[in-house]
Design a protein around this ligand. Structure first.
Ligand code: FAD
Length: 469
């Protein structure tokens, strides 16, 4: 019997897609950078169905691409164009299995949309703290597989810190039930850590136990102009100290980003009363204190006295505060109408951020005079989206043809500061061969051994994350 028929027997005919029109949305990446082809898209509903499909694929040496919300920015969820791979989409596995308010845990299917987890926690006066721009469409299985970051890592940690247990279908089809709620368990290798950030190369995550936290009742945001990037970093230290560590987010925003949002996103104006080069968006949260506005203002006062702050706006209403967050979230989109943008997702030790920016700007100016540095992001984690925008008037394709040359410069500087060339988004297809330059032979050797121990036939997401042999 053909493989497709066998899949249909497991998940039902309508849950096996084979024609181009039906498969289209699964074959194109969010940024249209990667387009692939597939033998079929299979949509299982249960862990047992995933297991049966993987067993069939293992028997027939059919490669599988696990896919969540398909919001990967590095091509991890897109098949190659051979047409031989099967996309296993988790989108029908979207049940919240349990909310345990005593343990402070959610047990969920891997295909649950992130925003649905946030909503479920909120209804119980908790939060699930992962907050990212794609939260309306990405899935928790994808978040775990990429160890997603976002704007609250500073306070709550990465996705890795939120995961207590996993259920995984292994490349031979066996099911590992590791759905533990334990916060302490020192009984050997912590296997779940290998699947977290594993980009679907070691197993298919079908379920997870994740942490919830009591919902902070009060929040206060400020948009603060700072004299330079060093001051932004120092202000973070000051605010953490003076607030008793209630800083839940801090985002770096340059002047050009505010200008682009005001120019291209309807309904936005430059909120600052004067022109400054650098800003930070700072959020304080608390469950007990409702005088966060006063606290923010007193921290700002100390900041002024210490020459760390030039100006600030501290909005009173929730709507105004939300508008500032939306401004931050629109920065990526506001770059698009301006032409080509070469994206980087780097991290360096927080003490080296200013040095990184200075050096990268100087070196790139030598290669592309007049480029426009759009540098923003999670400065509290040392994580910057360093996205040089094309010079005004330059041909877009001519600029984008320099992607490799530009990235090489940016990544070499990052590496020289003991940073990471992928702080949040993972490796996928985009950066896999970069690893040979930036990871040691020892690390690469261990990674290859782990891959072959879990997946000796190499059927799970082949050609992703690990460098080509
Ligand atoms: C507008 C926008 C904003 C973003 N902001 C952020 C941000 O702030 N921080 C951040 O970290 N990322 C961000 N991202 C990137 C992306 O949303 C995250 O990487 C997200 O975690 C991917 O989830 P997904 O469900 O879409 O996974 P997919 O894109 O479908 O897959 C990602 C990888 O995980 C694998 N995978 C997916 N599901 C499973 C599973 N169940 N089992 C095993 N492997 C699986 C895939 O094979 C692939 O390798 C953003 C993306 C967009 C489009």
């Amino acid at each position: 019997m053909p493989l497709i028929r066998k899949f249909e027997e497991i998940v039902g005919q309508k849950n096996v897609l084979t024609n181009d029109a039906d498969m289209q949305g699964y074959l194109i990446e969010w940024r249209d950078k990667y387009v692939g082809n597939a033998h079929a898209v299979v949509l299982p509903k249960t862990t047992e169905e995933v297991s049966s499909i993987v067993k069939l694929c293992a028997e027939s040496d059919t490669p599988i691409v696990p896919q969540g919300g398909n919001t990967s920015l590095v091509g991890g969820s897109i098949p190659f164009d051979t047409g031989k791979e099967v996309i296993l989409s988790l989108r029908r596995m979207n049940t919240i299995r349990e909310i345990d308010t005593r343990s402070g845990t959610l047990t969920v299917d891997a295909g649950c949309i992130l925003a649905d987890l946030q909503q479920a926690a909120d209804e119980e006066e908790f939060i699930f703290p992962l907050r990212i721009g794609s939260e309306g469409s990405c899935q928790i299985g994808g978040n775990i597989s990429t160890n997603a970051g976002g704007v609250q890592v500073l306070h709550y940690g990465n996705t890795r810190e939120q995961v207590l247990g996993l259920e995984v279908v292994l490349p031979d089809g066996r099911i590992w039930d590791g759905l533990s709620k334990l916060r302490k368990d020192n009984t050997g290798y912590d296997l779940k850590q290998l699947f977290i950030g594993g980009e679907g190369t070691l197993g298919i995550i079908t379920g997870a136990v994740v942490k919830m936290y009591p919902r902070p009742k009060y929040k206060q945001i400020a948009l603060i102009a700072v004299p330079n990037v060093e001051a932004a970093v120092d202000f973070l230290g000051l605010a953490r100290r003076l607030s008793g560590d209630q800083v839940t987010a801090i985002e770096l925003i340059p002047r050009i980003a505010i200008e682009l949002v005001a120019k291209h996103i309807p309904g936005f104006n430059d909120p600052m009363p004067a022109i400054y080069d650098w800003h930070i968006l700072v959020e304080l949260s608390s469950s007990v204190s409702n005088n966060l506005k006063e606290l923010m203002e007193s921290i700002l006062e100390t900041g002024f006295e210490s020459d760390l702050v030039l100006d600030a706006i501290v909005p009173a209403s929730e709507a105004q505060q939300q508008k500032l967050w939306t401004m931050r979230e629109e920065i990526s989109g506001a770059q698009k109408p301006e032409g080509g943008s070469i994206k980087h997702d780097i991290s360096v030790p927080i003490t080296h951020i200013a040095e990184f920016i200075r050096t990268a700007n100087t070196e790139l100016e030598k290669v592309i005079p007049g480029f426009r540095p759009v540098i923003f992001g999670h400065i509290g984690d040392g994580n910057l989206h360093y996205n040089p925008l094309q010079p005004v008037g330059m041909d877009k394709q001519e600029y984008l043809d320099k992607w490799h040359e530009v990235s090489r410069i940016v990544h070499d500087i990052t590496h020289s500061l003991r940073g990471s060339i992928s702080a949040e988004h993972g490796i996928g297809r985009m950066k896999k061969n970069e690893l040979t330059r930036y990871k040691s032979e020892v690390e690469l050797d261990l990674m290859r051994h782990i891959k072959s121990a879990f997946d000796p036939k190499g059927i799970l997401n082949p050609g992703k994350m690990l460098p080509d042999p």
